[in-house]
Design a protein. Structure first.
Length: 71
C-alpha cells in the first residue's frame, strides 16, 4: 500500500473516531502525499457510511431488547 493510501485510510479513521487533532494532522499528510480534496472527501464519505451502517445494525439490537421487555 502506498503512503498516500495509508494517509487516506488514517484520515477516514480520524473522522470515524472524531479526533480533531488527527483530522488536522492527516489532512496535511494527505495533501503532502499527493491526495486531492476530492479523494479525501471520498475517504470521509466511506468512514461516514461505515459508521452509519453500524448505527443501523445497533438499532436492530435495540428492537430486540425492546421486544424482550414487551413480552
Amino acid at each position: 500500500m502506498s503512503e498516500r493510501e495509508k494517509c487516506l485510510i488514517a484520515l477516514a479513521v480520524a473522522h470515524a473516531v472524531q479526533c480533531p487533532y488527527c483530522i488536522d494532522a492527516y489532512t496535511q499528510a494527505c495533501l503532502e502525499k499527493g491526495s486531492n480534496p476530492e479523494q479525501m472527501t471520498e475517504a470521509v464519505h466511506v468512514a461516514a457510511a461505515i459508521r452509519g451502517g453500524a448505527s443501523l445494525v445497533h438499532g436492530l439490537q435495540m428492537r430486540n431488547a425492546a421486544a424482550k421487555v414487551s413480552m
